[in-house]
Structure formats: structure tokens, C-alpha cells
Write a protein that binds this ligand. Sequence first.
Ligand code: SF4
Length: 420
Amino acid sequence: MKFKLIYPRWSKLFTQTEFHLPPHGPVVFAASLPEYVEVDFIDENLQEIDFDDPVDFVGISMMLTIQIKRGWEIADIYRKKGIKVIFGGISTMLHAEETMNHADSVFLGEAEGRMEAVFSDFQNNRLKKKYDYLEDHPPIEIVGTARRDILQRDLYNYRGIQMVDLFHASRGCRFNCYPCAVAYLGGRKFRPRPIEKSIQELESIDNNRLFIVDNSLAQDEEWEKDLFREMIPLKKKWCSHPIQDKPEVLDLAAQAGAWYVYQAVFDTSDYIRERIKRYHDHGILVEGTILLGMDNHTEEDIKRLIDFLLEIQLDLAEFTVLTPFPHTPAFRELHQDKRILSYDWDDYSADKVVFQPKHMAPEKLQELLKYAWDTFYHDEPQPVKMFKLFQHVIEKEKADNTYRPRKRDLANYAFGKKIR
Ligand code: SF4
């Protein structure tokens, strides 16, 4: 059976350097499909959909809220042709009711152990309108190695440099942060995969550079240390969300190949300053994720925060504005207080102000977002900082003889005419 799995396109943040990472949700999902299903994967960010290509069944996998309107359009085209469409993925779960208007079926939750039944229903013409497993997580032990073979790997590069592969070692998160939907999507219980399964998957990835996409590795210190210990012999280099902030953990992380971490920087405290320093002391770079427009942010606070980021020498920073995605505490509160200004999901790109900030006009926050990008990257533009990030990983790879020169030499990329 030919199953076309589509990942709808979206626009990158207005100031962000344009590059594309191989998607993770679709390759994890594909591993749960019955063997008789032949998957034809299309990442619409990089490939065109051939709507005339004969196909039995279409799946639309959506991660971001800004993918959903395009996902609906694609489904409408196929359904007009009489081809059935099923939706899944994170933003399907966040926008399930609306998505059902464009779907033959929506799948909510984690796919492992469920797809035999769904595909059998499809073949017997009894597909359900909704499969809801949001609160019924499959045993974490059955999560298999992602099907990266469905990707057209050569498409995922930045100026000739191969992009990282995405991998996950756990699901769920113990926390329930204000702007985040993970508690709704993956539950409040941290669910680590068995370490041997994670290592098996890591060994199968033909790429030395990875992005460990777990919500936060800083959830179970013993598990985290065991994982890092087992990763050391693999000599992979990786970035991730935060790591437990203890010298012993950071030391093991560095030995296991930690390259850089994404770290939320929400204030100008000594706690943050010292945390960033500890990462740096262990040879781990830091990309700050900076959310502007929280209720405690005045214009002055935001300007001070940007100066602080330069003082603590963050290696990269990504600025976004608070965006009230459905099923987050932020959405519940702002919706209830009638502070949401737009419910057009195409505006939910995290670089457009869609709510009424507490201490300023929406236009002022929009202006401050631009100010943040311009100021942080004024003396050293983003491509230069990215070059330094790549230079750092190359140094690490050279140190343990894992460096494999890419198609295009990094020096050409940096010092030729490539940086604009
Ligand atoms: S922001 Fe991170 S730590 Fe907070 S709930 Fe979401 S995934 Fe968990």
C-alpha cells in the first residue's frame, strides 16, 4: 500500500538564517507503521507535492501551529480527489477539533503499537474520525529506531554542511511552564527510553552530529549520567535542550560529546550568569532562547536583558515573542482575560505579537523584538556566530579523530564571499 506522508511547509522566523533540519516526528511515526506500508515522505519545505502521483492513503504530519492551515489546504485537495487523509503530530493534537473539518481521521497521541489497527480500519473502510490516545501512552520500551531512510538526506544541508540528525531518548516532562504545551502533549511524567535502545538507535545513525530533541534532559540525574556514560564511546557530537546544572553531569556530558545547549534566559540574575559560565567552563556552547513579552517585562527590562546576553557572551540567541499556543497555561490565561488579539494560526509564528502585552502596546513589543535581533547581532552577525559554532564542533571532532570534511570546506564558507 502506498502511503504518502506529508510535512507541510511554513515560513521561517523573519530574521532567522534559513536552513532546514530533517524532521523528527514523521520518522518516529514511520517506525510504527505496519511492514506492508510503503512510505513516500515529502517535506514540503524542500520538495514539491505531486498531487497527481497515484497514492492509496495520505498522512499529514504537523509539528507547528503555522503548518496547520497549509496542512488543511493539502488535505482538501486530496479529499476532493476521493483520497482519504489522516492527520497526526503535535499541532494536530493542539488543533484537533478544527483539523477534523479537513480530515477523514485525526490521530491524537503517540503512534507506537496503534498503527496496525488504524491501517486495518482504513483497509476495511471503517476508519474512525478520531483516534484519541492522548492520555494513554504506549510503553516507552516499544519506541523503535526512527525510520530516517524515508528522508532524502542530501536536501538537509546548510551551504554544503550536513545538518544534524534528530534523536530522542525520552518523552514527557515533569514541569508545566507557562508558554509550553508539553504537559498536555506528553504528560507530566518523565518517560526515559531504555538506555540500550537509545544507544542502539544512536549507533544506527550515519551522522556524527545530532540534535537530542528531548524536552529537557535535566529530569532524572542518574538516568542522565548513565546515558552520557554509555554515549562516550560513540564519539557523537550533539546539541540539546538544558542539561542538569551540576559539574559532575556537565563533565560527563562534555565527554559524551555535548557541543551546545539551548538554554532559556529569562532574567539577568547571577543564577543565569553562573549557569552559562559553567557550560562554557566545560567547553559547551550556549544558544539562548529568549522569550519577550512576559507580564513582568517592561521596555527597560527587555533592553537590559539584551545587554546582559552580550555581557555573558552567549554564543547564539534566538528571540521570539510570547505566543499563546492552545493547551498552554499562557493560552488559558490570556484567552480568559480577553488579551488575545488574533486567532489566525498563520500569525502564530512566534515572531508576531498576537496578544496584548501587560506593560506596552503590541507594536512596541514588535519593535523590541527587532531591536533584540539587531542589537545582539550588531557587532558579530549571525552567520559569523554560526561559523564559530561549527568551528567549535570541528575542533572537538579533530581532537578525537572523528572529523569528516564536508562537501564544502568550512574556511571557504566563512572567509570567502559567503557571509552576507
Ligand atoms: S518549557 Fe521545557 S521544562 Fe518547561 S514544561 Fe515545556 S518542556 Fe518542560
